[in-house]
Design a protein around this ligand. Sequence first.
Ligand SMILES: [Zn+2]
Length: 623
Amino acid sequence: MAEDGTRTEAGGGGGPLPERDILEGFDRLIAADRLFGADLDSSNLKKSGKGTPFLVRRHPSHHRMLAHWRELFANRVTPQGLLDALAPEVLGLVHGDGLLLFGKERVLYDCQIVRGQEAVGHLTLSFYREREPVFRFLPFPRRPGRRIVYIEGISLSSQSTGYASSLFRHYERLFHGLGFHRFRLKASLSVGKYYWAKEGFDCEDRVQFREMREKLLALVRNLGLPVEEQEVRRLNHASMVATFRRDLQVPVYRNEDGYYATARDARHSEEFRFPLGKAFLLCADPWDGYKVIYTDTPRRTGLVWSEGYLDHESRPGHPESPKRLEALENAIREEGMRESLIFLEPYIPAMESLHAVHDPAYLEAFRQAVARGDRHFAVRDCAISEGSYEAALLAAGGVMAGIDAVLSDRADNAFCAVRPPGHHAGRSSAMGFCFVNNVAAGALYARSAYGVERIYILDWDVHHGNGTQALFDEDPLTFFCSLHEHPSFCYPGTGRRLEKGRGAGLGATLNVPLSPHAGDRELLEAFEREVVPSIEAFRPGLILLSAGFDAHRDDPIAGLECTEAAYVHMTRRILELADRHCEGRVVSVLEGGYRTESLVSSAIAHIKTLQGREGSPCSSARG
Ligand SMILES: [Zn+2]
């Protein structure tokens, strides 16, 4: 692979490559019309998408190009090696027409992003080395400072959700390996329908970081705000940036390069009102990040959501439609909940982590069915469209993003508003609108990535979570409990009391079937009588919820008659149990719920209860 090639070139023997190799590399790219000079207008560059950001010229002299190369890349990579490494295939997208452009102070990489034969986007990076004064108070002489990669611009069509996150993760490793100190978004960027926060405070070292933090804390203390300070291990993509409480603003001062400081000085002179609700991003080391965040609910609840989940389309009249999530998203906005939720961005997971759940051949068959343009996969009720494969992977990655946030304590708990749902999907089987078992993928990820040993999955979707049950049938450390309408009356026809797990997992499965027309009273009695004691006895390190809302009395697809009150009660009790056993760690994953109104009202009540508000006299809620 290109990346490994670069590593070998970069790291092999530790020393720089011979200059002759670099010069030959320039000549080959010049002959192939892939290397030019460029006149840059940095003010123009910031306006991504407006006009031509640079004028392409004949390449500068070899002497100058070599001087650039030495300073930026320390001759650790050849020009072709760099082009190869910058253009990995990610999610079926490749780079076309990749060019290297030598400007006065920087080297640019410019390319089209291509799917098949079609250009679906555009990317421009610039490699730059800061100059810093040798003497602190004199502008000259100057010596080379930090190496920085700027994303000057990226645009992508909406079908490419997850691409930028995956590409930037690859780039982070690559640039770190090449000796760069920073990888920065130059300005606010629209990545498809994503919006990446642009404001941040950069700090050059830990001392400066601590000073900045003190100032920030003083600032929020003066404003009388409760502040949660979060340290995150790595700042790798926008999921680390939370936005809420935009109404609170503090004055900040911007310099010419678009960096901000909390106090005015000679360089930082332009005053702005900075929304405090935007998380403060503080970089102490080039690849570490810190942020200070604020929320006004008793618990910090993360919300996983992506427009990418709407790209999975079913056929007209199919109950599992994108409208479900559109309506939920609208309601979250209308309820004014956006400000108090920590938005978490899902990502496309590594295939290995999905192979822990599903047969690779099964996932490949699913991918191919989508690529062929099939209308359904495996069974007729599993309708698919062009965006289904990516949406399904993103749904599993959404649960992982929720787990990341909760287990790294960026959120107390999380609700993952994902689709397609997952709890009917088995190791090699799609059924019941499900393709990838999201909650199972999350459980195995929590175990492999964070070492969580004992995981309790409660599935209160009205349908039995047969896929999840089968995946953990023999696993004594993953307890699966399902509350559902009795299998004699309801899809998928499994989930009888006799199903209690197998082998070593015997006893770690609990099925609680309910009679048709059972309502809140019957459900909650069973919940208190059987589910609560089983959680107490199991002592989980993490609780996952397969939260379908189709047991609601208005839901058309099954026969239970529950209300929002049942979901509120169960949520509150689960939080109490989680407080007792696992520091409140609950990650809730949307499954079914097919009447838009009842899905939305139930999910909103559930999320508000996760936040510790909305008729939630939960004594153990932490403030
Ligand atoms: Zn269901």
